[in-house]
Write a protein that binds this ligand. Structure first.
Ligand code: PMP
Length: 414
């Protein structure tokens, strides 16, 4: 536990440094941002601001370069490199967030390949962002949605994978880490089965990229979606990584300026990827700031970040499980939690728990966590969720535990 006391990282995060009495345990919703990101955002607008891609003058070229550098940095961060180790920035499409990345895939790849009777396989653990786009495209094309279900131990088994991913599966889209339960799904096994059946493998990395070393090739992903705002980057920057040949074959999503090569009165030729998917002025400052965020994370060391977050998630799970008035919803083994732990205080509505904790400046999430089918499967209408990032420390978790004791006293009077 000595390794997770007195976080040395809070000083790098202005909001945390300026509010030492705040206990922020909602990083799964959005993380805090390090000063390096705030400085970069400002630096962009003060020194490099021009519309990227449009201008031929050097300021605009610099803005364009900022985006391209960020693409390459992101590519190397997620292992999208060629055999010589060169980052494949052209495989990185900027979107606004994970939701937009997944909508892009459903509406372009999904809408163009799915036929009546085909199957799209997702899991019962999906965030609505990896569920509703597929519901919609299935309705539009006549394809069916099939669910991989977890067993009582919150695992998707090999038997389940083989039973549910069959020859009719054309797209399999699964979250690597559940934003509610915090468990990691066996993406490699799911991807191998998907590929055996000739299906595409889409991975929702919103909760995994911030906490685990993700390597798109090791994972077996064809497409990966995630959001910068969950790992320290700005809000409004999302990523869709895809294998170049797949992105090339996909039709465009939004259309208009910047995404074309040439236009006539009646037709248009698309720009090569990734620009084909980036209509209109991009958030160059955001990309530049996200690049700075990755540099900051690498300066700490991704191994250190991952190791520390695993210790914190483990300690969080154990601390909650040790309270006899709290039910952990999900595995009790701390090491199975990546970032998030769901729980309930017996007999107390999660919204009341969160409001009372707020009185002692402890921030947690309460509700359905945008995963209503999962909550229905769990037999819950809502839960509390605490989640950690590397800047948290043992003291944050201890303050949550003290706050929960107060909640219990408020409702039980002793
Ligand atoms: N998928 C998962 C697993 C998530 O946790 C989230 C965010 N809670 C999303 C998708 C959606 O991310 P965003 O709101 O950034 O689009």
């Amino acid at each position: 536990l000595a390794a997770i006391t007195a976080s040395p990282y809070k000083k790098d995060f202005p909001l945390l440094a300026n509010n030492p009495d705040l206990t922020f345990l909602d990083s799964a919703a959005t993380s805090q941002r390090p000063r390096a990101v705030l400085d970069a955002q400002r630096r962009f607008y003060e020194t490099m601001n021009a519309n990227p891609l449009r201008g031929l003058y050097s300021l605009s070229v610099e803005a364009t370069q900022a985006i391209e550098d960020a693409r390459n940095h992101i590519a190397s961060f997620i292992g999208a490199v060629d055999e010589a180790g060169n980052p494949q920035g052209n495989e990185v499409v900027f979107t606004r967030n994970t939701s937009e990345s997944l909508n892009l895939v459903a509406r372009t790849l999904g809408a163009s390949i799915l036929k009546p009777g085909d199957e799209v396989v997702i899991s019962i653990m999906e965030h609505h962002s990896n569920l509703i786009p597929w519901q919609q495209v299935c309705r539009q094309t006549g394809a069916h949605l099939v669910y991989l279900r977890a067993n009582d131990d919150f695992r998707i088994t090999q038997d389940e994978i083989e039973e549910k991913i069959g020859p009719r599966a054309k797209i399999v889209s699964v979250t690597q880490v559940s934003n509610v339960l915090g468990v990691e799904n066996p993406i490699r096994q799911i991807a191998d089965r998907a590929h055996q059946m000739g299906a595409y493998m889409v991975v929702d990395g919103a909760q995994s990229v911030p906490h685990l070393k993700v390597d798109v090739h090791d994972l077996g992903a064809d497409l990966l979606a995630f959001s910068a705002h969950k790992l320290g980057g700005p809000m409004g920057i999302g990523v869709l990584w895809g294998k170049a040949d797949i992105l090339n074959a996909m039709p465009p999503f939004l259309t208009g300026g910047e995404m074309i090569d040439s236009v006539t009165e009646t037709d248009a030729v698309w720009a090569p990827v990734p620009q084909k998917f980036e209509a209109g002025t991009q958030d160059a400052a955001g990309s530049y700031a996200f690049d700075a965020d990755l540099t900051y994370l690498e300066s700490i060391g991704l191994d250190t970040v991952e190791r520390r977050e695993r210790l914190l998630a483990s300690y969080l799970t154990q601390s909650l499980a040790a309270l006899d008035f709290v039910d952990v919803i999900g595995p009790l083994e701390g090491e199975r939690h990546v970032g998030a732990v769901a729980f309930n205080v017996r007999g107390v509505h999660p919204h009341d728990v969160a409001s009372i904790l707020d009185g002692s400046k402890v921030c947690i999430r309460a509700g359905h966590h945008c995963a209503q089918p999962l909550l229905a499967w769990l037999g819950q209408s809502s839960t509390c969720r605490a989640s950690v990032a590397f800047y948290n420390d043992k003291e944050d978790i201890d303050r949550l535990v003290e706050g929960l004791k107060t909640v219990w006293q408020v409702f039980n009077g002793n």
